[in-house]
Design a binder for this molecule. Structure first.
Ligand SMILES: *Cc1c(COP(=O)(O)O)cnc(C)c1O
Length: 711
C-alpha cells in the first residue's frame, strides 16, 4: 500500500478525529490548505497536488509517521483486548441500533446542531473504543443546521451552505449489482426514497439516510436537506425516514439489530416498523408483538422543556403513517393512542416522546436531577403510581475523553497517570495520581493553553469585526494574563445567557478591576425561529461593543465543534446559568474539566450531582422559586457574589512562584473526582450493563470490571 492510500484509509475512518497523531500528519502536509478546507481530510487529499505531497514527504520525512499511524489504526481496529469483548459478546451477532436525529462527529460533517448531536457522536466513539457493537442511524443533511452571522446591530442571520457529499468522509452504500442502494417509505401523500451513506467511526458504522436521490419529486428531494428546518409536515416526514427508513436500511444492508436505542423521540417510529417486520415474519398481530419490541427497546429522553417534544395532529399522522398503520392493522384511533397521555382524548396530539416511553422497557433520563424531573413530568402515563414509582431511571451523560482533551494535557496524563491510563479511565484509582503532578508544571500548562485560546479568539474576533464593518471599543483585545470565563451554548431563554449582564455597573467593576481583571468569551446560536434567543445574543453583542467593557467581553460568531474545542481547552472558568431544573444534563462543562478548567454553574443538570464544594463553584444553592423572574434575580446576585468572593480572589492569590495554590488544588480535585464519572466510556458501560445486555436477553450474572455504575 502506498503512502497516499494509507492517508486515504486514515482519512476515511473518523478514528482520525480523536487521534492527534493523525491530525498532525494532515496539518503538517499543508497547514493552510488543511485549515481552509475545514479540516476535511477527503477534500484535502483530493486538492493536495501530487507534487506538493512528494515535496512535503521529502522535506518532513513523514513516511514513517504515516505508516506508524496507519498501523496503530489497524491495531486499534483489530484489538480483542477491550471491555466489550468480555462484557458485550452477545451484541456481536446482534448489535445495538442507535437512532439519533443528529450526530456531532466533526466540524466537516454537517449532521449536528448542538448538545444532542455531540452526545450521539461521543456515544459512537466510546462504543468503538471499548468495543461495544453498535450501528448508528441518522439522516444526512447537506445544508446542515446553519452558519451564524451577526449584523452591525448584533442581530443573528442564518446562512446555509450546501455540503458536497462527494467530498465528505462518507461511502455510498451499493447493492449487489453495484447500484446505489435505496429504501422506500410510503405515505398517503407520496412515496419517499432514501439513499444511504455510511461513515466509519472506528470499529462501528454510522448509516445516514439521504432523500436527495433519483425517484423523488422536488419536495422529497429537499426533505432531509436541513436539520430542524421546515414546518410540522417536514418534521414528521423526516422522522418517518429516520425511524421507519432507518430500520429498512439496516434490513437492506443485512444488519439484524438485537436492541433498538432511541436517542430522543425523533426516531420513535422505528418501533412501529419493527413491529410490522415481526408481524410479517411470524404471522402475529400487533398486540402480540408489541411487548416483544418494547423488551428490546431503550428510550432516552433529553429535555424537560415542553417545546422540545415533537407533537403532531391526527390528520398529519394519518397522512404520513397511513400505509404503515394499515399494515399494522390498527385503527387511526389506536395509533393515536400510542402517542397520547390520555388515549381517549381525541383532542390530544401525537407525541413522539410518549410513543417512545410507551414502547420501550428501558427508559432513562440523562442526569440524576433530570430523572426526578422526568418521572414527575410523565407520571400521567402510569396512572396510580407515585412519582418515585414511575419507571424512568437515569444514566448520566459523559464526554468522549480523547475527543476533548488537549494534546499537552494528554501528555501530562500519560506521564503521571501511566501509559495505559486511557484504557483504565473509568477506574477512580487512576485519577488519584493527579496529586503527584507538580503544581507549577500543571499551572504553566494551563496558562499556555489559555494563551493559545486568546490568540485564536483575537484573530476570529478581528475577522468578524472587519467583515461586518464594526470595531471593538478602543481597539482593546483579549489579554492572556486575565482570568478568562467562557460561556458558549445555545441561546435559549431558560439558559439565561444574559444572567451575568443583569447588573452592568457591578459587572464593569468586576471586569475592570486593575489588579484582578476578568474577561468573558461568549458564543452560541439561537434557533432561527427563536427571537427571544436572538435578543439575548444582541444584548451580549451590545455589551461587547460598549466602551465600559472594552476588551473584556467578546462574542465569537458561529459556535461549532471547532470553537468548542478551543474554548474547553483554554478557559479558566466555564460559566453555565440554566434555570433549575431545565437543563437535562449539559456536557460542555465536562469537557472543560478534562483540561483543567473550573465550572461555575447553577446546581442544575450534571452539576447538581457533580459539585462537592471543592471541585468547582456553585451559583446559589439549588433554588427553584415559583416565579422564574425572581429566581433570576436571586441567581444573578449569587453569581456576582461567588465571582467577587471566591472565584476572583482564589485565582489571583499567588505564591512567590506565581502559582495560585488554592486554584490548582481545585483544578486537581475537579479532574480527580469528575473525569472518570463523566466520561462517555463510563456512560457506555452503564448503557451496556443496564440496558443493552438485558434488552438483548443475554444478561450474564457475573460482571468483572473496574467499574462503578449508576452515575
Ligand atoms: C459540547 C457541545 C454542546 C453541548 O454542550 P451543553 O453543555 O449542553 O451546552 C453543544 N455544542 C457544541 C459545539 C459542543 O461541543
Amino acid at each position: 500500500m502506498d503512502v497516499l492510500e494509507k492517508l486515504r484509509e486514515l482519512g476515511r475512518n473518523l478514528y482520525w478525529t480523536w487521534h492527534p497523531e493523525v491530525i498532525d500528519i494532515f496539518r503538517d502536509l499543508d497547514p493552510e490548505l488543511w485549515r481552509d478546507l475545514n479540516h476535511n481530510p477527503m477534500e484535502f487529499l483530493r486538492q493536495l497536488s501530487s507534487q506538493r505531497l512528494a515535496e512535503r514527504l521529502d522535506m518532513l520525512a513523514i513516511d514513517a509517521r504515516i505508516s506508524q499511524a496507519f498501523h496503530h489504526m489497524e491495531e486499534y481496529l483489530r484489538d480483542k483486548n477491550v471491555w466489550g469483548a468480555w462484557q458485550a459478546g452477545p451484541l456481536r451477532t446482534a448489535p445495538v441500533a442507535y437512532f439519533s436525529a443528529e450526530f456531532g462527529l466533526h466540524e466537516a460533517l454537517p449532521t449536528y446542531a448542538g448538545g444532542l448531536g455531540m452526545l450521539a457522536g461521543d456515544h459512537l466513539k466510546a462504543a468503538s473504543d471499548i468495543g461495544v457493537p453498535l450501528v448508528g442511524v441518522g439522516l444526512f443533511y447537506a445544508r446542515g443546521y446553519f452558519s451564524q452571522r451577526l449584523d452591525s446591530s448584533g442581530w443573528q442571520h442564518e446562512e446555509y451552505f450546501t455540503a458536497d457529499v462527494e467530498q465528505l468522509p462518507l461511502t455510498r452504500v451499493l447493492d449487489g449489482s453495484g447500484q446505489p442502494l435505496r429504501v422506500h417509505v410510503e405515505t398517503d401523500r407520496n412515496g419517499i426514497w432514501a439513499g444511504l451513506w455510511t461513515a466509519q467511526v472506528g470499529r462501528n458504522r454510522l448509516i445516514l439516510l439521504d432523500t436527495n436521490v433519483e425517484g423523488n419529486d422536488e419536495e422529497c428531494r429537499a426533505l432531509t436537506s436541513q436539520l430542524y428546518g421546515g414546518d410540522h409536515r417536514v418534521r414528521i416526514r423526516q422522522e418517518l425516514v429516520l425511524g421507519v427508513g432507518g430500520v429498512r436500511a439496516m434490513g437492506a444492508m443485512g444488519i439484524r439489530p438485537g436492541v433498538l436505542h432511541l436517542n430522543e423521540g425523533h426516531s420513535a417510529f422505528a418501533v412501529l416498523e419493527m413491529a410490522r417486520t415481526l408481524m410479517n415474519r411470524d404471522g402475529r398481530d400487533f398486540e402480540s408483538v408489541r411487548d416483544f419490541v418494547a423488551a428490546r427497546t431503550v428510550f432516552t429522553t433529553h429535555t424537560p422543556v415542553e417545546a422540545g417534544h415533537d407533537r403532531f395532529d391526527a390528520a398529519l399522522v394519518e397522512e404520513t403513517l397511513g400505509p404503515l398503520r394499515r399494515e399494522l392493522k390498527v385503527s387511526p384511533e389506536q395509533l393515536m393512542a400510542l402517542g397520547r397521555r390520555d388515549p381517549a382524548n381525541a383532542a390530544e396530539p401525537f407525541c413522539m416522546t410518549i410513543l417512545g416511553l410507551k414502547f420501550s422497557r428501558y427508559r432513562n433520563a440523562v442526569s440524576d436531577l433530570h430523572g426526578h424531573v422526568s418521572r414527575a413530568m410523565w407520571q400521567g402515563l402510569w396512572p396510580g403510581r407515585s412519582v418515585d414509582e414511575v419507571p424512568i431511571g437515569h444514566i448520566t451523560n459523559g464526554v468522549h475523553t480523547a475527543s476533548w482533551l488537549s494534546v499537552p494535557v494528554a501528555q501530562l496524563y500519560r506521564r503521571h497517570l501511566g501509559e495505559n491510563w486511557e484504557q483504565r479511565m473509568c477506574d477512580p484509582e487512576v485519577w488519584a495520581a493527579m496529586d503527584r503532578i507538580d503544581d507549577l508544571e500543571f499551572w504553566e500548562q494551563q496558562q499556555i493553553l489559555k494563551a493559545h485560546l486568546v490568540g485564536h479568539m483575537r484573530r476570529r474576533v478581528a475577522q468578524q469585526e472587519k467583515a461586518r464593518g464594526t470595531a471593538l471599543p478602543d481597539g482593546r483585545e483579549l489579554d492572556p494574563a486575565v482570568l478568562t470565563i467562557g460561556f458558549a451554548r445555545r441561546f435559549a431563554e431558560y439558559k439565561r445567557g444574559d444572567l451575568i449582564l443583569r447588573d452592568p455597573e457591578r459587572l464593569a467593576r468586576l471586569l475592570n478591576d486593575p489588579n484582578r481583571p476578568v474577561q468573558i468569551i461568549c458564543a452560541g446560536k439561537a434557533h432561527p425561529a427563536d427571537n427571544k434567543g436572538k435578543e439575548l445574543i444582541q444584548k451580549v453583542f451590545r455589551f461587547a461593543h460598549d466602551p465600559r467593557f472594552a476588551g473584556r467581553i467578546v462574542f465569537v460568531e458561529d459556535y461549532n465543534i471547532n470553537i468548542a474545542r478551543h474554548l474547553v481547552h483554554g478557559v479558566d472558568v466555564w460559566l453555565n446559568t440554566p434555570l433549575r431544573p431545565m437543563e437535562a444534563c449539559g456536557t460542555s462543562g465536562q469537557k472543560v474539566v478534562l483540561n483543567g478548567g473550573l465550572n461555575l454553574s447553577t446546581l442544575d443538570g450534571w452539576w447538581a450531582q457533580a459539585y462537592d464544594g471543592t471541585n468547582g463553584f456553585a451559583i446559589g444553592a439549588g433554588g427553584e422559586h415559583v416565579d422564574p423572574a425572581r429566581q433570576g434575580e436571586l441567581d444573578a446576585a449569587a453569581l456576582y457574589d461567588v465571582l467577587e468572593t471566591q472565584v476572583v480572589p482564589l485565582f489571583y492569590d499567588r505564591g512567590s512562584d506565581g502559582v495560585p495554590r488554592g486554584w490548582v488544588a481545585r483544578q486537581k480535585n475537579a479532574i480527580r473526582t469528575l473525569a472518570w464519572r463523566f466520561s462517555a466510556h463510563r456512560m457506555m458501560m452503564d448503557y451496556t450493563l443496564r440496558c443493552y445486555l438485558p434488552a438483548s436477553g443475554a444478561l450474564t450474572a457475573l460482571t468483572v470490571c473496574p467499574y462503578r455504575g449508576g452515575q
